[in-house]
Design a protein around this ligand. Sequence first.
Ligand code: ADP
Length: 471
Amino acid sequence: MKKLLLAVLCAAALGIADAEETDIVVIGSGGAGMSAALTAAQAGKKVIILEKMPVIGGNSNRSEGGMNAAGTLQQLAHGVTDDSPERMSADMQKGGHYLNNPELTLVLAQNAKDAEQWLLSLGANLCHRMGRGGGQTAAREHGPCDGSAVGAELMKVLYKNAKEIPTIDIRPKNQATDLIVEDGKVVGVKVKTNDKDQKEYTIDAKAVVLATGGFGANAKMIEELRPEYKGFATTNHAGALGEGLDLAKQAGATFVDLREIQAHPTVVPKKGILISESMRARGAYLVNKDGNRFINELLPRDIVANAVLKQPDGEAWLLMDDALAKKNKLLQGYIHQGLTVSGDNVEQLAKAMNVPVKNLQASIDQYTKAYETKKDEAFGRPEMVAPNNVFPMYAVLITPAIHHTMGGVRINRNAEVIGTTAKPIPGLYAAGEVTGGIHGGNRIGGNAVADIITFGRIAGKNAADSCDKDK
Ligand code: ADP
């Protein structure tokens, strides 16, 4: 006892703080980190969540569209009976140009339904939405019932639930700077506080979950990997810098598809404000600065983004109508923020957009006919859920911007991080945008939220189980 007291006194005198201990450290407080932490805590584990930024939620907070899940009860209630995990997985692979790891796409598709159910059980407001996003062959998007953004809603619910669990300790402004690795096993994390004290400390843990998100705001890294994206704006939060990849490297992780970086086609130029793909799913369509449609708007994001870049000035207009504005909170928000121009008739709208009225009228007529005949002769769009022609109509100018980094840490179906010997690194799990292999060469809209919640839960569960195995 005396010896212990002496050791503590010596350590205190030397300014060496004893390491804290916990079961699991989760690095990152976005959707993946929060889902992992809640799942591990629900399995009886003590969890510390480290978040380097002053606010929690990362890019997840900004996710606008929805969460894809196949075979949900809500889909069935809407008469969508032809969807399945296999179909969702196949869509993911086709949209990702078959670069995806098919085992991971199937695990995601098979478990997304339960992940959505879990969110409902936590109190999330999620309805199934008719209409399909780019690259989807079935209507499988779920989101807040009033059409508002999915990310903010889910982060609010996850945070509220996490705060109520005493064994979860959430620490904003606490950045993981290093992983502690002993004999090839990850056994803890070194941390620095991002405040004026810049305090450094250590947490010993039985397992660590890396949920640090992507690197879409790291312009230097993006340019190094893909010089053609030099100067592109980003939709990402300022903290999406990819340090999680360096942490993983310290533990001997391997990486996959780092060059696969997605530009989202519909982002407000210079402002970097994302206009959700769900607008197109609800019936919105694109015209260029000549007032002409130029593509099937429901193709995957990379194809639509490339088509926009080929239009005059590399920009285009997204057209939406009053019928959608009346019922959709997201669109109401865009209008409220002054991002749209509008017109009470086609002449006014064409003037506001500075496009030839004759061409705009022809585009509106063509799309209306496609809706009525259920056949888009000109561009082969597979679905028009609304005529999108009720005035006043709204238009927002868009251009592509960096949105999602598909590549990252290599994981297996258990969210274990794979090391250089092709075996899992003991004690290290990863989930969410920091991982690679799930979305291949292009992520389909609505699959990021499905991914972070589903693999977040898988990582949390397996990290928790590993604590018991080590006993
Ligand atoms: P995902 O969608 O995969 O959950 P997010 O971008 O939503 O990813 O969340 C990742 C979070 O991780 C962000 O809030 C980011 O600030 C945080 N983060 C990144 N690196 C670190 C780090 N080294 N230490 C603590 N938090 C980190």
